[in-house]
Design a protein around this ligand. Structure first.
Ligand SMILES: Nc1ncnc2c1ncn2[C@@H]1O[C@H](COP(=O)(O)OP(=O)(O)O)[C@@H](O)[C@H]1O
Ligand SMILES: [Mg+2]
Length: 269
């Protein structure tokens, strides 16, 4: 399978088991939702895959990566330099707060062009062209003018689009998006979810979408893994998990869903 395969992922911190053997497959070209209540270990799973777990954590299990061109049997056993290269080029991350991927004191243009010049070795002119292309791809209006502006001059939804532009700048194959729409209001949320879906399809990304909100899942995910207390208790198609949950816990999560899905993103089939 091309994509990301997480097998038996464990994480121990200060003698506490936070992840207790997480198994999730995130195939290329699909959005794999990682759902579950707050504190169930969703964020830690994403961080551990990237080698970004808190200092002092003991991590076990394997995470295999395959994009059809590069295969890594276990990301967790890469040396720091090799892992950094994977993070810079092949695996990207988007967080709940877009400002965590952006510097307040630099224009959007400077940040995008620095990023692609540094990682792709582009000339100043080529980097600028690429920056405009990226802003067009994430549907930020007037890309040329947007390059000159600073983060505080954009709305939350536009900033999250810019964070996606930076994330896809080096053409990664895996994207981990941790609650990317949680801080946005519902109408803006729908647009960002449509963007995420479009990027997944067009770029063939393997997306791991972390959310506590099954409404978000039902809008974009192909498959859903439900976590509880550091383990995946249910993993299946969106239809199966949402309409025919096998575990009581998944059933309760589904029942706590708002009845109206975000507008314009479609209902679960
Ligand atoms: N930096 C940290 N140090 C110690 N414990 C943490 C840290 N971050 C998270 N935890 C604990 O790990 C567990 C899982 O957290 P997290 O992965 O953030 O959950 P979720 O994203 O599902 O809400 C929680 O019990 C949380 O308290
Ligand atoms: Mg979290």
């Amino acid at each position: 399978m091309t994509g990301l395969e997480i097998t038996g992922l464990t994480l121990e911190l200060n003698g506490r088991r936070i992840l207790d053997g997480v198994d999730v497959s995130a195939p290329a070209g699909q959005v794999t939702g990682l759902a579950g209540e707050s504190g169930s270990g969703k964020t830690m799973t994403g961080l551990a895959v990237m080698g970004l777990q808190p200092a002092g954590s003991k991590v076990g299990g394997t995470v295999s990566y395959d994009d059809g061109e590069v295969q890594v049997a276990d990301l967790l056993s890469l040396r720091p330099g090799a892992l950094n290269r994977m993070r810079a080029r092949r695996i990207a991350m988007v967080f709940q707060d877009p400002s965590s991927s952006l510097q307040p004191m630099l224009s959007i243009g400077a940040q995008l062009t620095d990023h692609v010049r540094h990682h792709l070795g582009l000339s100043r002119q080529a980097a600028r062209t690429r920056a405009v292309e990226l802003l067009e791809r994430v549907q930020v209006p007037s890309p040329e003018a947007a390059l000159k502006r600073y983060p505080h001059q954009f709305s939350g939804g536009q900033l999250q689009r810019i964070a996606f532009a930076i994330a896809i700048a080096c053409e990664p194959k895996v994207l981990i998006a941790d609650e990317p729409t949680t801080a946005l209001d519902v109408t803006v949320q729908a647009g960002v979810l449509r963007l995420l879906r479009g990027l997944t399809d067009d770029l063939g990304l393997a997306v791991l979408l972390v959310t506590h909100d099954l409404g978000v899942m039902s809008a974009v995910a192909d498959t859903v893994a439900v976590m509880r207390h550091g383990v995946v208790v249910e993993h299946g198609s969106r239809y199966q998990v949402i309409r025919e949950p096998r575990t009581e816990y998944a059933r309760e999560l589904v029942e706590s869903l708002p009845h109206t899905p975000p507008p314009g993103t479609g209902e679960p089939e």
